[in-house]
Design a protein around this ligand. Structure first.
Ligand SMILES: O=c1ccn([C@@H]2O[C@H](COP(=O)(O)OP(=O)(O)O[C@H]3O[C@H](CO)[C@@H](O)[C@H](O)[C@H]3O)[C@@H](O)[C@H]2O)c(=O)[nH]1
Ligand SMILES: [Mn+2]
Length: 573
């Protein structure tokens, strides 16, 4: 869906779930594309994603456009009806080639255990669009899966694509996209080529576009934009040696079928010295980082018109799980033999080493955030204060550090085009992630390192739920399920509320002077302001998205236990 001579481009689709429904959808999409591509070229359509184009305000209302819209809707309905039925019926199988492909989904074919399916859906030189122009190659690939061998998640899937494409078409450049992203600018490959073909920049291994997301609500309640992660920090890294990922493929390999098998990689350098790197749940970060260490540079390109739009999770559990996965993946890199703090610093210098370490050690944020969410509040309840009083000079150090870091963060955010409100929600999510995603992620990582548990790639939910969508539009946090990730958050919310109330009561009754407990009151007050949507979700709401009672009860018990424990500790002192 891009501006490029179509006989010079090949599209490979990896279906890691291995579903005949996905194959069917792509067969239908291939047919629709023979109408859609000429239409886009004729009317210079920039939104090459039909769903985005037809729902946009600049969608043309000519008969030609109406015709295509009808065709698109019909195709969508056809695919949806097959999805509802759960299998591809005989009436949809037209050729022997198709039958052969669908026959692969025989008895015993499961997501975790199945043979290779490689199916050429469009072939340059054979398939033409309705105006007679060549179509690009379109190849469906579902790699072999077997419970006996590790599949290495997305990195494993991408390496299969690298090899299958090397065997079939062997292009010098590749562009990788997730299944939940679409092109927003057909000229993107041309922009990329400008960097890659510039002889002065011959050391570029890849061009990185910032991940940008469509459908973020007005105030970005989940901090889904991840401005600092995807936009602000990469600019700094770009000034040094570059950011994370999109590689140049090298090897020409044998047959496409054999390279997609489970055993192909055994005993090879795939995943360690070649292709996308294994060993981390954030293969994008790990691969980009290792390429940088191996001497490749990269460029961060942030055009005004987003090159791609991606999906973001829109409920608290999904957001926190995604961040937990990232946190674990980053810690895997932090404690690997390629740790950025030593290996990275040696290969790319101290500044690059530090910027990569800043991400790798993300999980460590859980320590200060969790401490500040509980300890001052518990000490306030127990009538002791670890902080200096207002009259002491150390007090001003705390004020300076707090205001300094918060004001700087806010300024960075707003100077990158953010709003104050979005920044506020972003810092709230950072605190929430600190006591949930990073906290549990760090624990998980160490449990796994000790061999006590294992973790997987919990795929971010792609299901669209109307009520969830409505809440997201209204800016209401969606909890809904009883998730372990909420327990620490709800516990912190309860403790902050009680501590603040007790503190204020003591002030009123004259048991404490304001200067004694000023910092403690401020911290628990700050906790309350940040937890406001949590209180709503505990007591004020009655919809499906509220925090389940089970969660609240568990957190109340935990809050009470924490208080009792701290009471015993302080009374001993
Ligand atoms: O075993 C797996 C797991 C995932 N994927 C693919 O990986 C992509 C990303 O998965 P998604 O569930 O959308 O996760 P996100 O958290 O949204 O992905 C973010 O985080 C990933 C690292 O954890 C990065 O690779 C992604 O580029 C980044 O958008 C999708 O295309 C998946 O189909 C696989 O092919 N095989
Ligand atoms: Mn995604």
């Amino acid at each position: 869906m891009i501006i490029h001579p179509s006989d010079k481009i090949s599209i490979y689709v990896s279906d890691d779930g291995g579903s005949e429904l996905t194959l069917f959808a792509f067969m239908e999409a291939a047919k629709f594309a023979t109408h859609w591509l000429p239409f886009c070229k004729k009317y210079k359509v920039e939104d090459r994603c039909p769903a985005a184009y037809f729902s946009s305000s600049h969608c043309s209302s000519t008969t030609h456009a109406e015709e295509l819209k009808m065709m698109y809707e019909t195709m969508k309905m056809k695919v949806e009806s097959v999805v509802d039925r759960g299998c591809v019926g005989d009436e949809h199988i037209k050729t022997d080639k198709q039958r052969e492909a669908f026959n692969r989904w025989a008895h015993g074919f499961t997501r975790q255990d199945h043979p290779i399916v490689v199916q050429v859906l469009l072939e340059t030189g054979k398939d033409k669009d309705i105006t007679g122009v060549e179509m690009p190659n379109l190849v469906y690939v579902s790699r072999q899966k077997s419970k006996a061998s590790h599949h290495h998640f997305k990195a494993g899937a991408l390496n299969v694509l690298l090899r299958v494409s090397a065997a079939m078409t062997n292009a010098p450049l590749i562009l990788t996209l997730d299944c939940d992203m679409y092109s927003n600018d057909p000229a993107t490959p041309l922009h990329m080529l400008c960097f890659m073909l510039d002889s002065k920049m011959s050391k570029y291994g890849y061009v990185q576009f910032p991940q940008r997301f469509h459908g973020i609500n007005k105030n970005d309640i989940y901090g889904g934009e991840n401005k600092r992660l995807f936009q602000i920090n990469p600019i700094g890294m770009d000034g040094l040696a570059g950011t994370n990922y999109s590689i140049q493929s090298e090897a020409v390999l044998e047959m496409a079928q054999s390279v997609a098998s489970c055993e192909y990689e055994n005993g090879t350098r795939w995943g360690y010295k070649m292709g996308f790197r294994y060993g981390s749940l954030v293969e994008d970060y790990f691969t980009g980082y290792q390429l940088n260490c191996e001497g490749w540079d990269s460029v961060f390109y942030h055009p005004d018109r987003a090159a791609f739009w991606g999906d973001i999770p829109i409920n608290v559990d999904d957001v926190l799980s995604q961040n937990k996965r990232w946190c674990v993946g980053l810690l895997e890199v932090a404690f690997s033999k390629h740790s950025p703090i030593i290996f990275g610093t040696k290969s790319r210098g101290i500044l690059m080493g530090l910027t990569y370490s800043h991400f790798a050690f993300w999980g460590i944020w859980s320590i200060p955030v969790t401490i500040y969410a509980f300890i001052p509040q518990l000490t306030l309840l127990n009538g002791v204060s670890p902080f200096p009083e207002v009259s002491e000079p150390w007090f001003f150090l705390y004020v300076f550090v707090f205001l300094g870091s918060y004001i700087q963060d806010c300024l960075d955010f707003i100077l990158m085009g953010g709003t104050f409100h979005r920044w506020w929600n972003d810092q709230r999510m950072w605190l929430i992630r600190g006591i949930s995603s990073y906290f549990f992620g760090t624990i998980d990582f160490f449990l796994k390192s000790l061999g006590i548990s294992t973790f997987g790639f919990d795929i971010t939910s792609k299901v669209i739920d109307d009520e969830q969508n409505k809440h997201y539009e209204q800016g209401i946090l969606e909890f809904g399920v009883a998730s372990p990730l909420f327990v620490s958050l709800t516990t912190a919310a309860i403790i902050n509320f009680i501590a603040f109330s007790v503190g204020v009561t003591r002030l009123i009754l004259g048991h404490n002077k304001l200067e004694e407990i000023c910092i403690l009151l401020f911290l628990s007050g700050f906790g309350i302001v940040n937890c406001w949507p949590v209180y709503e979700a505990i007591v004020l709401r009655n919809d499906k998205g509220k925090i389940p009672l089970k969660n609240t009860i568990l957190s109340s018990v935990l809050a009470f236990s924490l208080y009792s424990f701290s009471y015993c500790l302080t009374s001993k002192i």
